[in-house]
Design a protein around this ligand. Structure first.
Ligand SMILES: Cc1cc2nc3c(=O)[nH]c(=O)nc-3n(C[C@H](O)[C@H](O)[C@H](O)COP(=O)(O)OP(=O)(O)OC[C@H]3O[C@@H](n4cnc5c(N)ncnc54)[C@H](O)[C@@H]3O)c2cc1C
Length: 379
C-alpha cells in the first residue's frame, strides 16, 4: 500500500532495499544459524552511512532525518533483524546521546569512527538485579583525581561482543538517592574491560549480545557524558529514539513475514486450490496486513514528530508497544499459514517468529511501556 512518503524518503527506501537484497539476503539464514555477526556486510554499511544515519556530515554521518532512520531500520530488519538491532542500537542509544549530551571534544573524538562504522557502540544499562527497574543499578564510578574507578556488571548488552564505545550507566555518588546515576564512556581495551561470552539467544542470533564487566577500570574523568547525576535523563532521551527504532524493526519483521506468507499462500495448494483461496487464510492475511500498516504508520508518526521538533516520547512508546506486539501476532499467523513448514528452519518465517519475540522485551518490556504511556496520560 502507498505509504505517502516523499520522493526523498522513497529514494532512501529504494537504496537500502537494493543494498540489503544484494549483500544481506543471501547470508541472513546462515548467520542466524551460526550466530555470526556479518562483518563483511557491516563494513559496507559503514561506507554507506548506516552507522551514522543522523550524525552530521562533518562527523562522517549521513545527516538524514528521523523518518529516514526509521525506514533504514525497517528495511534492514526485514532481511536480518539481528543486524537491524545492531544498527538501531548503535545509532539511537550510542551515537545519539553523545551528539545530544557530549562536549565538542567528546563528539569530535567518538562520533566520526562510530558514524563511519569503524567502531561499534553499545548502551549498557541492564544489570543482573536491575532490568525494568533501571534506577536500581549497582555499578559504581568513584572519582579519584582525574579518573573514575569503575566497577560494573552489565548483562544483555546488544553488540556487546564487538562494541568499542560503551555508554555505561553507573552510580557516581553511591550514598545518594536511587536516581543519582551518571553515564561514563568505557572503551574496549581499557585495563579491566571484559566482554563476556555471547548469549545463546532464541532470536536475533546475528547480534553478539553479551555481558560487559569493568573490574577496577580507570576511566578518564573527561569520559563523563553530560553532568554527574544526568544519567537517567540521558538514558530516557536515548530510549525515546531507541523505541522508535524498535518499532521500525518490528514493522520490518512483520512486513517480511507478510511477504513470505503471501508468496507461500499462492503457491501451496490444499483441497485443490491455493491456500490464498481459503477464506480462513484470507482473514488471517487481512489481519496481518492491517497490523503491518498500523505499525508503520505509528512508527512514522513518532519519527515525523521528532523531525518537527515536537515531543515524541508518548508517540514513540506507543509505536514500540504496538509494533512489537503486532510483530508477534503477525509472525505467529505467518507460521500458522505455513503449517508444519512454518515450524521448520527450511522456511524463513520460523526465524521471523523467533526474532519478533524479543521486541516485546528489550528497551522496556510491554508492561513497562504501558506504565510509561499511562503516566503520560495522567500527567
Ligand atoms: C536480546 C536482548 C538485547 C538486549 N540489549 C540490551 C542493551 O543493549 N542494553 C541494555 O541495557 N539492556 C539490554 N537488554 C535488556 C532488556 O532491556 C531487559 O531484559 C528488559 O529491560 C527487562 O529486564 P529484565 O530482563 O531484567 O526483566 P525484569 O525487569 O525482571 O522483568 C520480568 C517481568 O516482570 C515484569 N515487570 C517488572 N516490573 C514490573 C512492574 N513494575 N509492573 C509490571 N510488570 C513488571 C516485566 O515486564 C517482565 O515481564 C537486552 C535484552 C535482550 C533479551
Amino acid at each position: 500500500m502507498d505509504s505517502g512518503l516523499s520522493e526523498k524518503h522513497r529514494v532512501v527506501r529504494r537504496s537500502v532495499r537494493r543494498f540489503c537484497d544484494a549483500e544481506l539476503r543471501s547470508v541472513a539464514r546462515e548467520i542466524d544459524q551460526e550466530a555470526r555477526f556479518p562483518w563483511e556486510v557491516a563494513e559496507k554499511m559503514g561506507r554507506l552511512g548506516y552507522f551514522g544515519i543522523q550524525a552530521p556530515r562533518e562527523m562522517g554521518g549521513a545527516d538524514l532525518d528521523a523518518l529516514s532512520y526509521a525506514i533504514v531500520i525497517e528495511e534492514i530488519s526485514s532481511v536480518c533483524a539481528g543486524l537491524g538491532l545492531c544498527v538501531t542500537v548503535h545509532n539511537s542509544v550510542a551515537v545519539y546521546p553523545i551528539l545530544a549530551f557530549g562536549s565538542e571534544d567528546q563528539k569530535r573524538k567518538w562520533v566520526p569512527p562510530l558514524a563511519r562504522g569503524e567502531k561499534i557502540g553499545a548502551f549498557c544499562l541492564t544489570e543482573p538485579n536491575a532490568g525494568s527497574d533501571a534506577a536500581g543499578i549497582e555499578s559504581t564510578a568513584v572519582r579519584d583525581g582525574q579518573t573514575y574507578l569503575v566497577n560494573a556488571n552489565k548483562v544483555f548488552v546488544t553488540n556487546g561482543g564487538i562494541a568499542d564505545t560503551c555508554l555505561m550507566f553507573v552510580r557516581t555518588n553511591p550514598g545518594a538517592g536511587r536516581r543519582e546515576i551518571s553515564v561514563v564512556v568505557a572503551e574496549r581495551g581499557m585495563p579491566g574491560f571484559v566482554a563476556g561470552d555471547l548469549e545463546d539467544l532464541c532470536g536475533m542470533r546475528a547480534n553478539p549480545v553479551s555481558s560487559i564487566r569493568l573490574y577496577d577500570c580507570r576511566i578518564p574523568a573527561d569520559n563523563l557524558l553530560g553532568q554527574e547525576g544526568q544519567g537517567l535523563r540521558i538514558g530516557l532521551a536515548a530510549l525515546d529514539t531507541g523505541r522508535m527504532g524498535i518499532a521500525a524493526q518490528s514493522t520490518g519483521i512483520s512486513q517480511a513475514a507478510l511477504d513470505e506468507t503471501l508468496r507461500y499462500a499462492r503457491q501451496r495448494r490444499q483441497f485443490g486450490v491455493p491456500l490464498e483461496r481459503h477464506q480462513a487464510v484470507q482473514m488471517m492475511m487481512a489481519d496481518m496486513a492491517t497490523l503491518v500498516d498500523a505499525s508503520r504508520l505509528m512508527t512514522y508518526r513518532a519519527a515525523a514528530f521528532r523531525d518537527m521538533g515536537r515531543t515524541f516520547s508518548q508517540a514513540s512508546a506507543m509505536a514500540k508497544l504496538y509494533a512489537s506486539e503486532a510483530s508477534c501476532r503477525v509472525t505467529d499467523m505467518a507460521v500458522q499459514i505455513h503449517g508444519g513448514y512454518g515450524y521448520s528452519k527450511s522456511y524463513p518465517v520460523e526465524r521471523y517468529y523467533r526474532d519478533a519475540r524479543v521486541t516485546r522485551i528489550y528497551e522496556g518490556t510491554s508492561e513497562v511501556h504501558r506504565m510509561v504511556i499511562a503516566r503520560g496520560l495522567i500527567g
